[in-house]
Design a protein around this ligand. Structure first.
Ligand code: NAP
Length: 633
């Protein structure tokens, strides 16, 4: 909903604190406001201020641009009257903000009474009245046949305990879950959301010690609360959403989609079974998978499709996953050539045949007897060998629950996690530095440029071609160097004479040399890969880099290696972060538009990635019929 002149809003507790700030911010947009509050003096004052603002937008009006209605929100009769008056005056209700709230007057642990004059009243104001206001707002919007947005004021203490005021915490916790449970009103166009700030400097928070407030990072500025409310109003996708605002971390939605996925696994039987039901998941007697039968970096001739019986029941601690999308990686050719096993003392030939592919998303099709934390129908991601297959059997501890089995999630696995963990751990990235990313429009490069940007760095990116350059500019890269149009070395020398602080390097060979020469004093170059070396006629031939020690010593530089498999303990945490950024719209995921359907297309997809033409992440849809069903859900 666009916040524009002529809309109308009703704000309870609008005479002071956050309510007053919201009334004023709405008035600054030319929105008519009904202030519902107990305090007549303050309420009338806010009414005049709102009128003053509104006069700038509506010089002549036949009705008041603001109303103050004295009302005790715990009195349902008075409250009903307020909503009726608003409807009669403005002909509808576009925005309702249920803001009135109080702290508990007597600490619960000192209260010897039955709570009639203390905690029962707090619950009545903070929770019962919000339920009542929500009910009346929905009714008003339905009567006017004009849907709108309802925002209830929760609190961070509705998300986690507030030991000093358990009653306040309980009431706000109720508001949060009440609101989140109302998501279905979205079907009628009515969006109901909850806003949960930590301490904001108002009378309500004045009783809390400054030491504690400082510990929490200080007061949340009022502008942030207004910004949060406006985001919930204007973003049409937000319904049943809970926006948590802290000084420490800014604005975040609660719970993160990944957390929500975990929660749904455990308790949302209905949704889970409907997911499964609509997918019509059947376990066949046999399935196909791609195996490496000959060690070679030539993926097509190294692999073949084999059919295997699907033996049930599965091992007690394993799950069976129906794979929907598998991710394609530059390293698929290193895997098929046996390079990943070169540390293994065994005769490499004895390992053949082995399963190909190492990342996918899908749906759990069956669980072993001892698995109690995962259920059939759960969407999951996995990063285990053998994901170029229709089904795979995996120990349950390797399963990463996800919100949806989509291509974007596949991209966040090897490609996204490599960028996220390598920049943090190997590159020691903070902010305010210059970060160079090579092969930046590829699977992992696209994540590296965005994460470096989000962290507050200046980002330089190399790529080959105009279309890739456009993608990188769209992703916010400060300086894109299309090496087909410009010479990388010349640009870096001219525009970054002091050198580059961090280099995320995945091309190798001459590019590595060039990057090392462009590294600043104290610079960190992270070796992510050497894609230019993987596909030589005879496979990967290691190179010598003459004088590397002298170069590093002279400028206190670091060259660090990074291999994702050694960081498995961080996968879940970083995947959670990537998904969170993605769901906030702060991180984009580019999927190459070329469609690869079925296991037979995997070799085409691997060759396509190595052709240098791909843009973003290359993904194979293992079961197109299944993916169509998923897309409809
Ligand atoms: P990708 O970046 O999507 O690979 C495709 C891009 O690489 C191409 O568009 C091209 O980009 C460049 N390229 C392809 N062949 C090349 C060649 N022969 N010479 C020079 N450039 C070439 O692939 P990815 O799967 O995300 O992998 C990228 C790199 O990251 C690889 O080196 C891979 O091994 C590494 N990686 C490492 C880890 C780890 O744990 N260390 C994990 C994942 C990936 P431009 O022409 O636009 O530059």
């Amino acid at each position: 909903m666009e916040l524009k002149p002529g809309l109308s809003a009703l704000v309870t507790g609008g005479a002071s604190g956050i309510g007053k700030a919201l009334c004023m911010a709405l008035a600054e947009k030319g929105i008519f406001v009904t202030i519902v509050d107990f305090s007549e003096k303050n309420g009338m004052e806010v009414k005049s201020l709102v009128e003053e603002e509104n006069a700038k937008f509506h010089p002549v009006l036949k009705f008041p641009s603001a109303m103050f209605i004295r009302c005790d929100v715990t009195d349902t009769r008075e409250l009903t009257g307020a909503f009726k008056k608003h409807l009669a005056t403005y002909g509808g209700l576009d925005i309702c903000i249920n803001n009135a709230g109080i702290g508990n007057p007597v600490p619960f642990y000192k209260d010897q009474t039955d709570g009639s004059d203390s905690w029962r009243h707090t619950i009545n104001v903070n929770l019962m009245a919000i339920i009542d206001c929500t009910r009346l707002a929905i009714q008003t919007m339905q009567v006017a046949q004009k849907p709108g947005v309802i925002i209830s004021m929760g609190s961070a203490s509705g998300l986690y305990p507030m030991y000093a005021d358990p009653i306040y915490s309980a009431s706000k916790g109720g508001v949060v879950l009440f609101t989140r449970s109302l998501v279905s009103y979205k079907r009628q166009g009515i969006r109901i959301n909850v806003l949960c700030p930590e301490f904001v400097q108002t009378d309500l928070a004045s009783k809390v010690g400054s030491k504690f407030i400082n510990l929490m990072g200080g007061y949340v500025p009022m502008e942030m609360v207004v910004k949060g409310a406006f985001q919930l109003i204007s973003d049409e996708s937000k319904a049943g959403s809970c926006l948590w605002i802290t000084k420490r971390r800014g604005m975040e939605y609660w719970p993160s989609p990944l957390e929500e996925a975990k929660y749904l696994v455990h308790s949302s039987k209905a949704r889970r079974s409907s997911f499964l039901f609509s997918l019509n998941l059947q376990i066949p007697e046999s399935f196909e998978k791609l195996v490496v039968h000959t060690m070679s970096h030539k993926f097509r001739s190294a692999t073949s499709i084999v059919r295997m019986p699907l033996r049930l029941p599965i091992k007690p601690d394993h799950v069976l996953v129906k794979i929907i999308y598998a991710g394609v990686n530059a390293s698929d050719v290193n895997f098929s050539s046996g390079r990943y096993f070169s540390g293994n003392n065994k005769d490499l030939g004895s390992l053949l045949p082995f399963d190909a592919g190492f990342e996918a998303v899908g749906i759990i099709a069956s669980v072993g007897d001892s698995v109690d934390n995962l259920k059939v129908g759960t969407p999951v991601a996995l990063m285990t060998f053998g994901s170029y297959a229709e089904f795979t059997m995996v120990p349950s501890k390797h399963i990463l629950p996800v919100a949806r089995p989509d291509p974007e999630v596949v991209a966040m696995l090897t490609s996204g996690l490599t960028a996220s963990i390598a920049l943090e751990k190997a590159a020691q990235m903070v902010s305010g530095e210059v970060v160079l990313v090579t092969a930046a429009a590829g699977g992992t490069g696209q994540f590296a440029v965005q994460l470096a940007k989000i962290a507050g760095n200046k980002v330089v990116a190399t790529c080959g071609g105009g279309e890739k350059a456009k993608l990188l500019r769209d992703l916010g890269v400060d300086r894109v160097i299309d090496y087909k149009a410009e010479d990388i070395k010349t640009v870096l020398k001219k525009e970054f004479p002091k050198g580059v602080d961090i280099i995320y390097e995945s091309v190798g060979g001459e590019m590595f040399d060039l990057c090392l020469n462009a590294l600043a004093v104290y610079g960190r170059l992270v070796v992510i890969g050497m894609i230019s070396q993987y596909q030589g006629e005879e496979g990967w031939k290691p190179l010598n880099y003459t004088g590397i020690c002298e170069k590093l010593l002279a400028k206190s530089q670091t060259v660090a290696g990074f291999f994702l498999v050694q960081y498995s303990q961080l996968w879940q945490q970083h995947l959670d972060r990537l998904f969170h950024l993605f769901s906030l719209g702060k991180l984009k995921v580019a999927i190459d538009p070329k469609r690869f359907l079925g296991l037979h297309s995997v070799a085409d997809a691997v060759e396509y990635l190595h052709s240098g033409k791909s843009i973003g992440k290359v993904v194979v849809c293992i079961d197109p019929t299944f993916s169509q069903q998923i897309a409809k859900l």
